[in-house]
Design a protein around this ligand. Structure first.
Ligand SMILES: Nc1ncnc2c1ncn2[C@@H]1O[C@H](COP(=O)(O)OP(=O)(O)OP(=O)(O)O)[C@@H](O)[C@H]1O
Ligand SMILES: [Mg+2]
Length: 170
């Protein structure tokens, strides 16, 4: 049976996201993020970011978008080590000089958040609009990291996501 246009778009974008995941530009997280806190990470000294449901984090070249993706990624990767059937766990490491490293691990589940780094910037306006609508229909938290905005894009995003939160780096 032939797919309808809407279904075809979804199949395409689903594949597109999986491809981006392989390239390290898309992450599927089993939790929603309320706040990200960084201290002396990448170019940031102290950085706190509060997230909403649909978020566009934008900034110039070198503003730290990929640093955010990697920071979230290294925490979320460690969560995959939780023993099955357990609700939480911990990894602690003490160095011979006494310094300690510590990770808290919590139960994961289905995908609740998608983080995308510099994605869709080569799509034309119409396709980008379809992509945003596709993301919205997934009904999960979205954190879209992207280069600087322009008026056209601003308008498109406002029409698709009137409740979108814009977060500017730099
Ligand atoms: N460990 C570090 N210490 C200090 N500065 C760093 C470190 N890692 C990265 N930076 C600086 O932070 C800047 C931002 O890095 P990042 O790649 O996160 O930005 P970006 O917004 O993704 O940039 P791009 O537009 O290239 O994708 C880099 O230009 C680099 O100079
Ligand atoms: Mg980057």
């Amino acid at each position: 049976m032939a797919l309808s246009t809407g279904e075809l778009i979804c199949v395409d974008f689903n594949r597109y996201l999986k491809e981006l995941e392989k390239q390290g530009r898309c992450m599927f997280l089993p939790f929603e993020i309320q706040e990200l806190t960084l201290r002396n990470i990448g170019r940031f000294n102290e950085k706190n970011i509060d997230f909403d449901t649909f978020n566009i984090v934008f900034g110039n070249i070198g503003s730290g978008r990929t640093t955010l993706l990697k920071s979230i990624g290294c925490i979320s990767d460690s969560q995959k080590l939780l023993k099955s059937g357990q609700r939480d766990g911990e990894i602690g490491l003490t160095m011979t000089d006494g310094r300690r490293l510590h990770l808290d691990i919590c139960e994961a589940g289905e995908v609740k958040c998608i983080v995308l780094d510099d994605v869709g910037e080569r799509l034309d306006q119409e396709r980008y609009g379809e992509f945003l609508r596709y993301l919205r229909a997934l009904d999960v938290q979205v954190i879209l990291l992207r280069g600087n905005m322009n008026d056209e894009l601003d308008g498109l995003i406002n029409r698709t996501f009137p409740d979108c939160t814009f977060i500017q780096l730099n």
